[in-house]
Write a new protein. Structure first.
Length: 79
């Protein structure tokens, strides 16, 4: 089984969401993502997270066991 890397998670997120900024850090088991996207404008936190989960698809169920995330709009990130 391939080791899940922060870079591979970041690539999946940016392939599915037009991000202005995306960073993922982690140790292979637990990951933290900062995702900044205009697509989050007007959405509640739960819906923003659902968009990230959708971008990750089956990886969330099969490969990634723990992902905490901060999801911001570009304006929120600037503040």
């Amino acid at each position: 089984m391939n080791m899940v890397t922060p870079e591979s998670i970041q690539a999946s997120i940016t392939a599915g969401i037009d991000c202005t900024h995306c960073t993922v850090v982690g140790d292979g088991h637990h990951f933290e993502a900062l995702v900044v996207a205009q697509a989050f404008e007007g959405l509640r936190s739960v819906r923003r997270h659902q968009l990230v989960y959708a971008a990750l698809g089956d990886r969330m169920r099969e490969e990634i066991h723990a992902l905490s995330m901060k999801t911001l709009t570009p304006d929120e990130w600037k503040a």
